[in-house]
Design a protein around this ligand. Sequence first.
Ligand SMILES: NC(=O)c1ccc[n+]([C@@H]2O[C@H](COP(=O)([O-])OP(=O)(O)OC[C@H]3O[C@@H](n4cnc5c(N)ncnc54)[C@H](O)[C@@H]3O)[C@@H](O)[C@H]2O)c1
Length: 366
Amino acid sequence: MAGGESGMKSYDIGVLGGDGIGPEVMREGLKVLEATAEVEGFKYELVEYPYDSEHYLKTGELVPDSVIDEWRTLDAFLLGAIGHPDVEPGLVERAVILGLRFGLDLYINLRPIKLYAEHLCPLKGKGPEDVDFIVVRENTEGMYSQIGGHLKKNTPDEVALVNGVYTWKGCERASRYAFELARKRAGEKGPEHEPKVTLVDKANAIRPQDIWTRAFASVAKDYPNVATDHAYVDACCMWMIKNPEWFDVIVTTNLFGDIITDLASMLQGGMGIAASGNIHPGKTSMFEPIHGSAPKHAGKNIACPLGMVGAIQMMLDYLGETSAASRIDAAVGNLLTSGTVPSADARSGIGTSEMGDMVVARVRGD
Ligand SMILES: NC(=O)c1ccc[n+]([C@@H]2O[C@H](COP(=O)([O-])OP(=O)(O)OC[C@H]3O[C@@H](n4cnc5c(N)ncnc54)[C@H](O)[C@@H]3O)[C@@H](O)[C@H]2O)c1
């Protein structure tokens, strides 16, 4: 980050629109970023990268290590989505997404679940006061650690092995982030709010996951004013539907966090509206919608860009542009409570670019 000639802060932001609907939602997100920067008075340079699946199909090239080194020098990174039907499943996703998460040690995957307007929630009798929690997903270990492989592949004797990796450091730092976040949310929400962190695991069936139980308990001692709770991941899914208001901050493993947040996204209106931050506090971090490339919706101008907009809001908050982040939050809230947006999925009847324009107008206060 540098101060521009005008004294305005200026940020270098890496951008990779990616595959499928990725570039479409990125285009709308960047429109919102541009309008917000003009109104709020900060500058940025976009550094565009080509490493999507089309690039791989044309050149055979995945992200080189030297580029991952370069990403560390940026202020932040924005990703649309990766995943192409003509490429081996997960190949480019692992290169880009895991390249960023593991390469930059982005050990927190932060996923806010916030319902802006009751009509977006499929649950009967639940409104914005009931759906407002945040999931802290450990982001560099667990079942995604890429340790495993096949023996005697494509024979009747084939064996596939995968190792779940849980380190004390990984469990401790994710838990600490969750408790700090609970404390911060309590400060923002006022004295009525009772901060709570819920650990979600499956330590009854997967006994080594009790490293999470012990690391969580040891961190909790430093936060006597934050309540603690625990749910096995299967029960967590049930409670999220039955009583989403019970959750404040959830901390969980990489795999469980990935899965429960797709479910949780439906409580706030769907995959099209859910955003995430891949964070290493104090270092270059990456922000993206939680959805993938949704190939069936690509090129039709029907994907909802609000997840990408939410990712940009999270990025600005992370960069310390809190007024800009609040402006986007208010713009999206105003749009979704205005009665003009029936849903945040591809059947909303509102085009991707039209939805982007609607947010931009509200950011500008038109
Ligand atoms: N971070 C990432 O880039 C990421 C994440 C998940 C999946 N993927 C990849 O994306 C590809 C497709 O995966 P998938 O179909 O399992 O998941 P997906 O998230 O792309 O799509 C699942 C469904 O969610 C809905 N949806 C998603 N985004 C939407 C939006 N912005 N607006 C409206 N509706 C939306 C659509 O109905 C879609 O069919 C795969 O190649 C997968 O590997 C990438």
